[in-house]
Design a protein around this ligand. Structure first.
Ligand code: ADP
Ligand code: MG
Length: 673
C-alpha cells in the first residue's frame, strides 16, 4: 500500500511542468493531492438548460440535439466548424469548434449528445466556444456534484480531477487518524469517507461535514503537540523583592493594573520549580519593557543573571540606555554587548559575564554566540520574539540549564487566537495603556490636501514637538524608495525652512542610525524623514506627529506599529495617513479602520478579516498558517474543541502510552517527556 509521501510524478500524465504547477498549489505528494480543497463545486445532479441561465450563472449541462453543421470562414483565413443545436426545451444554441474540426466526424446531425458549456448571449443567440460534448451523460459527471479546484499555470480542471482521483484510489483504504471513539462522540466522518465526500459529495451538505472532520483532525494534532510541550506546575503567589520596590518607588508614575497582573504571573513562574515559558503580549507603548526590567530585578535579587535580547542593534542600544538610567542607580551591573564593540572591550565584557560580575546583559542575538559564557544565567527576555527564528531562540537554552524565558511581542493577536496558537506558552496580556495617554488622533489626508497637513504640523513644531515623516519602502526597489525619501526631505526643507531635520534609511549603518535617533531624542532635529526603518520600539515621547505617505501601501499591522511611535507621553498626538486617489477597496477599508480605532487588538481582528491570518506577523512561523482545511477566522469553535480534546488527552495520557492512543502517538510530532 502507498504511504502518501510518494511524489505526484507517479500519477499518469503528470510530468515536470504539471509538477511545478501543482507545487504552486502546495501539492507535491499523493497525500497533498487528496488534501487539495476544492474551491467550489458544480452541481450537475440535474440538467441546467439554456432558459435557466442568469447573469451570474452562465454554465449549462444538458442534452442537446444537433440540427445543422457548417464550416464558416475564420478571421485568420482558415475555417471553423459551427454547429447549431437545440436543448430539450427547444432553445437554440450555436457551438463554435475552434481548432476542433475533428468534431465534424464524431457529431452527427439529428443525434443527441450531452454537453457542458459556458454560454454567452450575443445578438439574442446563445453561443459557446468552450464546451465539452459526449455521448454518455456520466462522461460529463451528469448526475453528480463535481469538485472545482484551484488552478495554477497550465493545469485544467480535468487534469486536477483526474490526479485527485488517482491519488484517492492509490491511497485507499485511507486509515483513520484518530482513535475510534472520537468519531462517534464528535460526529466526525471516518477519514476515508471525509476525503471521498470532500472530492465527491453526494449532497452539498457532505462537503462541510467532510471539511469539519479534516479540519478538526489537523487542529487537534497541532493542539496536541502544543499541550504536550507545555509544562504544568502548581504555583504560589510570590513576594516583591526590595530591588523591585525601589524601582517602583523611583518611577514618576504608578504601574497599570495590567502591568501588575503580568508581573504577578511572571514572579510566580520565576519562583516555581518549572522553567517559565511565557508570552507577554501588549500593544506598542503599553509598557512591556518596564515589566521586563522589574521581572529581571526579581531574579537579580536572587543573585541570578539575566539576558535581554532585542532584534536589532538600534533597539538593543535604546534598551541598554533605558536600563542604565533606571537600574544602575539600584546597583545593578549592566553590560551592553554590541557587535560594534572592539575585540578588547568584548573580551573584558565576556570575562565579567563569565565571572558573574554582570547582572544584566543586553544585546542582539550576538548575546548567544559561542564565546559568550554566563556564570549563572537563569532568565532570558526576548523582545519582539516573532522577529527571531526558532533556531535563534533555541540557542538560548544552551547558555543556561532550563532558563526562564519571557517572550515579548507587540503584535496584538486576539486573545483567543493567541491562546491556541501559542498554547505551549503561558500568556500575559497588557491591554490598557498607561494612564494619561490620550488616543492618537488620526487624519486621512488626500494627496491634494497635503498643504493643510503641513500647516497643522508646523503648529506642533512651534510648540516644541517633533514629527516623523515615513515613506513606504518598496521591497523590489530599494534605490527608488531612498530616492523618494531624499525627494521628500528636500521638499520638506522648503516647506519648513526654519527647522532642522534628518534622513534615516536602510543604507545607513546601525551606529549612524543610532546617532541620528539620539540627536532626535535630544531635540537637535525637529523632524525625521524615513523609510519604514523607524523601528517598532523606538520610544521618543516628545514626537507627537506621524505622517505616513502612501499609507494605502501599508498593511494594517504596519500602520498600527508605525502610528505607535507617537502617543508615547501625555501630550496629544496625531497621525496623518496620506493616500492617493483611486486606491483599492481593501486599502480604503484599512484606512477607515485606522481612523476609527487605536485599539491594536481590534485592528488585528480587522486585519484577520481583511487579509486572513497569513499576514499577521508572529503567526508566520506557527504551524497554523499551513492549515489545509481549517480557517483561523471561521473555525474558532472548532479550534476551541480541538484544544479541549487535546488537553484531555494530555491530562490522561501525556506520554501517549495507552494502547488506544497508539494512533495518536503515530501522528503526533511532539516530544515525549
Ligand atoms: P512597549 O515596549 O510595550 O512598546 P514601553 O515599555 O516602550 O512600551 O513603554 C512606553 C513608554 O511608557 C515608556 O516611555 C515608559 O517609560 C512609559 N511607561 C511604562 N509604564 C508606564 C506607566 N505605568 N505609566 C506611565 N508611563 C509608563
Ligand atoms: Mg518595546
Amino acid at each position: 500500500m502507498k504511504k502518501g509521501s510518494e511524489s505526484i510524478l507517479e500519477i499518469p500524465r503528470i510530468g515536470k511542468a504539471a509538477k511545478t504547477d501543482f507545487s504552486n498549489l502546495g501539492v507535491s505528494t499523493l497525500s497533498d493531492m487528496i488534501s487539495l480543497m476544492p474551491r467550489d463545486y458544480e452541481d450537475r445532479r440535474s440538467e441546467r438548460r439554456l432558459r435557466s441561465l442568469s447573469v451570474d450563472n452562465t454554465t449549462i449541462y444538458c442534452r442537446i440535439r444537433i440540427i445543422r453543421k457548417d464550416f464558416i470562414p475564420s478571421k485568420r483565413g482558415g475555417r471553423i466548424l459551427k454547429i447549431e443545436a437545440r436543448d430539450d426545451d427547444g432553445s437554440p444554441l450555436e457551438l463554435y469548434c475552434f481548432n476542433r474540426e475533428f468534431l465534424d466526424k464524431s457529431l452527427h446531425i439529428g443525434d443527441e449528445y450531452y454537453i457542458s458549456a459556458s454560454v454567452s448571449k450575443t445578438k439574442g443567440v446563445y453561443r459557446a466556444g468552450a464546451f465539452e460534448i459526449k455521448t454518455h451523460p456520466e462522461e460529463l459527471g451528469f448526475g453528480r456534484i463535481l469538485p472545482v479546484y484551484p488552478l495554477s499555470g497550465n493545469l485544467s480542471q480535468k487534469t486536477v480531477r483526474g490526479a485527485v482521483d488517482y491519488a484517492l484510489n492509490a491511497l485507499s483504504p485511507i486509515e483513520d487518524e484518530l482513535p475510534l471513539p472520537f468519531y462517534e462522540r464528535l460526529g466526525l466522518l471516518h477519514q476515508k469517507d471525509a476525503y471521498l465526500r470532500l472530492h465527491h459529495p453526494r449532497v452539498i451538505e457532505d462537503v462541510e461535514r467532510a471539511r469539519m472532520t479534516l479540519a478538526f483532525t489537523e487542529l487537534f494534532y497541532l493542539e496536541l503537540d502544543n499541550v504536550r510541550e507545555r509544562r504544568y506546575t502548581g504555583k504560589r503567589p510570590s513576594v516583591i523583592t526590595g530591588l523591585e520596590r525601589k524601582l517602583i518607588a523611583s518611577l514618576p508614575f504608578s504601574l497599570t493594573e495590567d502591568q501588575k497582573r503580568a508581573l504577578d504571573d511572571i514572579r510566580m513562574d520565576l519562583d516555581s520549580d518549572v522553567p517559565m515559558n511565557r508570552l507577554l503580549e501588549g500593544d506598542v507603548g503599553s509598557g512591556k519593557t518596564l515589566v521586563a526590567w522589574l521581572s529581571a530585578l526579581h531574579e537579580i535579587a536572587k543573585g541570578a543573571q539575566v539576558a535581554f535580547m532585542a532584534p536589532t542593534e538600534l533597539l538593543a542600544k535604546q534598551h541598554a540606555e533605558n536600563a542604565a538610567s533606571l537600574l544602575e542607580p539600584l546597583g545593578v551591573r549592566i553590560c551592553y554587548l554590541t557587535g560594534a564593540i572592539s575585540q578588547k572591550g568584548r573580551t573584558l565584557l565576556l570575562k565579567a559575564l563569565k565571572d558573574g560580575n554582570v547582572d544584566l546583559a543586553i544585546g542582539t542575538h550576538s548575546l548567544f554566540t559561542d564565546d559568550v559564557v554566563f556564570k549563572n544565567l537563569r532568565y532570558v527576555i526576548i523582545d519582539e520574539q516573532h522577529r527571531f527564528g526558532v533556531e535563534q531562540r533555541s540557542l538560548l537554552t544552551k547558555k543556561a540549564k532550563e532558563p526562564n524565558v519571557l517572550n515579548m511581542t507587540a503584535t496584538p493577536i486576539p486573545r483567543s487566537l493567541a491562546l491556541t496558537l501559542f498554547s505551549n506558552l503561558d500568556l500575559s496580556v497588557i491591554k490598557t495603556k498607561p494612564n494619561g495617554r490620550l488616543p492618537i488622533t488620526t487624519y486621512l489626508v488626500s494627496e491634494k490636501k497635503r498643504n493643510d497637513m503641513f500647516k497643522a504640523i508646523e503648529v506642533e513644531f512651534r510648540r516644541g514637538h517633533q514629527a516623523y515623516f515615513v515613506y513606504p519602502r518598496i521591497e523590489e526597489d530599494e534605490e527608488g524608495s531612498i530616492k523618494a525619501v531624499e525627494r521628500m526631505y528636500e521638499e520638506l526643507k522648503a516647506i519648513y525652512p526654519g527647522y532642522k531635520s534628518m534622513m534615516v534609511h536602510s543604507h545607513l549603518k546601525d551606529d549612524e542610525k543610532i546617532d541620528i535617533l539620539n540627536r532626535f531624542r535630544a531635540g537637535e532635529y525637529t523632524y525625521l524623514v524615513a523609510t519604514s526603518v523607524i523601528e517598532v520600539g523606538i520610544d521618543i515621547p516628545n514626537a507627537t506627529c506621524m505622517v505616513i505617505e502612501h499609507a494605502d501601501r501599508f498593511g494594517l499591522a504596519a500602520l498600527h506599529q508605525l502610528r505607535g511611535r507617537v502617543g508615547r507621553s501625555t501630550l496629544p498626538s496625531y497621525c496623518f495617513l496620506v493616500y492617493s486617489d483611486g486606491i483599492s477597496a481593501d486599502a480604503k477599508e484599512r484606512l477607515r479602520v485606522m481612523k476609527q480605532t487605536n485599539d491594536g487588538f481590534l485592528i488585528a481582528e480587522k486585519d484577520l478579516e481583511i487579509r486572513g491570518p497569513g499576514e499577521i506577523s508572529g503567526l508566520r512561523q506557527s504551524g497554523f498558517l499551513k492549515l489545509k482545511f481549517a480557517s483561523l477566522v471561521k473555525d474558532t469553535d472548532l479550534i476551541a474543541l480541538a484544544k479541549e480534546e487535546a488537553e484531555k488527552i494530555a491530562r490522561e495520557d501525556k506520554g501517549l502510552i495507552k494502547a488506544e492512543n497508539a494512533i495518536l502517538r503515530k501522528h503526533s510530532k511532539g516530544n515525549i517527556f
